[in-house]
Ligand binder design. Sequence first.
Ligand code: SER
Length: 879
Amino acid sequence: MHKNIDNIRQEFLNFFKKKGHEIIASSTLIPDNDQTLLFTNSGMNQFKNIFLGMDKPLFKRVTTAQRCVRAGGKHNDLDNVGYTARHLTFFEMLGNFSFGDYFKNEAIQFAWELLTDNNWFNLSKNKLWVTVHICDSESYDIWIKQVDIPNEHVIKIGNNTDNFYDSDNFWQMGNVGPCGPCSEIFYDHGDRFQGGPPGSLKELGERYVEIWNLVFIQFNRQSNGHLLSLPMLSVDTGMGLERISAILQGVHSNYSIDIFRKLISSISQITQVNNDNTNRSLCVIADHIRTCSFLIQDGVTPSNEGRGYVLRRIIRRAILHGKKLGINDIFFYKLVPPLIKYMQHLSDNLREKKDFIKKVLFNEEKLFEDTLRKGLKLLEKKLVLLRGNVLSGEIAFDLYDTYGFPLELTKDICLRHGIHVDQVKFDQSMLAQKKHAKESNKFYIFNKNISLCNILSTFVGYRELTYRTKIIALFRINKPVNKICAKEEGIVILKNTPFYGESGGQVGDSGQLKTISSLFQVTNTKKYGQTIGHLGVVNSGSISVGEEIIAQVNQCKRRHISLNHSATHLLRAALYQVLGTHIIQKGSLVNDQYLRFDFCHHETMTEVQINTVENIVNKQIWINFPIMADMIPIETAKNDGIVMLVNKQYEKIVRVIRMGNFSAELCGGTHAKNTGEIGIFVITKESSIASGIRRIEAVTSITALSVIHQYKKLLQDIFTSTKSNNKNILSKIYEFKSRCQKLEKEIEHLRNQQIIQESLSFIKEIYYIKDVQVLVKQVENMMLNPLTNLIDCLKRQLKSGVIVLINVNKNNKISIAIAVTKDLIENNRINALNLVRLIINTLGGKGGGKPHFAQVGINNVINTSKISTKINYLLHNIL
Ligand code: SER
C-alpha cells in the first residue's frame, strides 16, 4: 500500500527529529520584512537573517514543511504549470537546516539514508543521480567515497556563462542575500519517459526529475555581484513534497498523487468537465486554486501591483483555462470547499477564512468578466480604425497587460477579421516589462555595516526614560569611527538604552545624549538586527567611543506614542468583533500625532460599523483596564490564541500585552499603564489603500480633543456663512440643493430653446450630395451636451440625411460630431464610422462611436476654416 502525502510529510519530519532537529512550523507565504521577495519560495526564507548572522538561532538544527509559492520574482514557475508533470506554483518544501552546525558531510549522509534506507523511503539506489558544482570537490568526494551511489551517477556541473557560480549548482535566494554551491538529487522515472541524466543534452526531458536540493550556504551576495563569506557555514535543503510523493506512490506526475487526484475529481464534478486524466487545464485549475486560496488566507488580495498583481494573474489564468474547457459561469470560488476538505491539515486558518476566500475569488472573477468585455470592446474599436492588416504588438501587449487578454485570444479575434498581430513588437514589450520587473526585484540592506557589526544593545526603555550608560560604537556615513565632532551627523550605539528603536509600526524615540561637555541630539532611533542605533547630530562638544553618557528620551513624545500604540491594540480587537475574524493586520504606524492601521477587508466600512468600533474602543478606555506586559513561551501564546502577526518568526519566549479580557497581543512596543490614560479615541478616516486593504486613521487623548475642536469650529463657520444653526442646517442645505437643481433645469431649458432657434437657421444650409441631404456646419465653443442636443434636434427635422458639426474650441482643438439617419445606414449609403475613419486618415486625430453617431477629436489644427471643405469633399467620395 502506498503512503499518503500526510504520512510522507510526517516521516520526513520524524527522520530529522531523530537526527536532533527541532520541528518548526511553516512560515506564511508573505515573507517577513522583505519587500522585494514576492512570496516565500523556499524553506530557508524564514531563516534568512540567521544565515546572514544578523539574528541568533534558537536551535542549531531545524526541520520544516514549508508552504511555498513560485510565481513572479526570481523563482517563477507560473508559465510551466500545465506543460510539465513536475511544476506547481504552490507546493510544500520539506527541508532540514543547520545553522553553523553540520555541513556537507552530514547533510549528504542524512539525505542518502532517508531516501534509501529500508526503514524510511527505501528507494532503489540505481534510480538516484546527483549533481555537484564543478568546483565543489569536497561534495564530490563525499558522494563518491562515503555514499554507496553508483559512481557514474555523480555528475559535475559547470557554469552556464563566464560568470563564476552562474550555475544550476549554485543556489541563491534572490539577487542579493544568502547563497552557496549545491548538490541536487534526481530520480530516474525510467525509460518510459523521454530525457537524459542531468548535464546531458537531453536533460530537459521528463525522465530525470530533481527531487532534493542540498545547499551549502557560505556567502552573502551583494548588489554589485560580489560574494562575501559569511561568518558561519550552514546547510539549507529543500525537497518537493509533491515530487517525492509521486515517486513513493508509483506515479510520474505531481498531478497524479493522492491529493491532486481527489481535488481534480471534485473540480470535474463541480464544473461538469470530463476528467480523462490528461486534461491540462484541469491540472492548471487544481494548482491555481491551491495557490490562490493560500495566498488569500495569508493576507494577499488581488490588486494591480506587487503580490496582489501576481495573485490577480493566477486567478485570471485559471479562469481562462476554465473558458478553454467551456465553463462560462463564475466557477473558481466554488472550488474552495473541496480544497479545504483535502488540505485542511496545512492550516487551521483555511477553514476559518473560507467565506472570505470565496468572496475575494468571486469578486475577482466577476471583475475579470467585466474587464474582458471592456478589452474586447477596445480591441474591436482598434480593429475598426485599423489601417492595413497588422495589429500593433504594443496594442496586443497593452490588452495582455491591462486587460489580462492572452495573446492567443487577441490573435484568434484578429484572425476572424483577417488581421495579424505583430508578434515581434509584442515580444519586445514583454521583454521590456520583464526587465523592469527584474530591476525592481532587488533588496538592499541599508547600513549593512551596522547590521553586521553584531553588537547587542539592551533596551531598558519599558521602565526607564533616563539612563546612565556607555557609548560602545559610533558610525559616520555607515563607517565605524571613534569620535563624532560638533555639528557632525552620525549614529550612536549604546550598551543599554531607554530609546525605542523603530519597529512593529512604532516610530523610534527622539531625545538627547549628554556628557558633561557635549550634547548629541537624537532625531530618530532605529534597529539594525540586534543593534539599536541613535541617529542625530552633535550639537556641542564631541562624543567618543567608551564615554559615559546620560540618555534622555523625549518624555512627552514617548507618552503620546505609547497612548496611540495601546489604542491600536484596542482598535484591532474592536475591528475583529465588528467586521469578523478575517481581519489580518497589513501594516501599522504609531507616532505621537496619530495611529494608522491597515488590514484586509473587502469592502468600505459603513458609518454604523465605524461608529460601533469607536464606541467599543472608548468603552474599553473608560473601563480603565491595567495594561499588563508578560513574557510567556510562544507555544502558550499559540495555544491561548493570542493575536500575533501572521508573517513573523517569533522567539521562544515572547512578550504579550493584555488589556483586561478585551485584548491580548504579542508586541514589543511601549504602552500606557492603564487604558484610561488614552482618554478618548476618534477615527478620523477610513479609506482603501489597495484592493482588499482598508486603512483606519485615528487620534487619541489631547490630539483627539483638538480634532473635535476643529470639527466644532468648522461647523460654526458653516452656521455663520449659511445663517443657520444646528437645528435648521440640514433643511437649509436641502433647500440650497433643490434651488440649484431648479436653476440648472431652467438654464438647460433656455439653452435648448436657443439651440432649437439656431437649428432652424441651420436647416436653411442643407444641401444635397446626389440624393442625400447633407449639413456640414462649423460651430464654436459648444459643450458636449448642447452639441448632442443640437445634433438630435437637426436629425429630427431632417428625417433623412447626414449632419456633421465641427466644433472649434478656443485652443484650436476641434471635435467633429457626425450623425447619420437610420435609413441611410440600412441602405448602406453611409455610416458614421466610415466617415470617422476617412477623417482620421486625412486629418489625423482620434475617434470612434457607433454607425448612427460618431465623433473625432483633433488637436492643434492650424487652419480651421478648411475643415468643412475637406469633409465636404470626403462626403462626395463616399456618397
Ligand atoms: N533553498 C533551496 C531551494 O529552494 C533548498 O531549500 O532549492
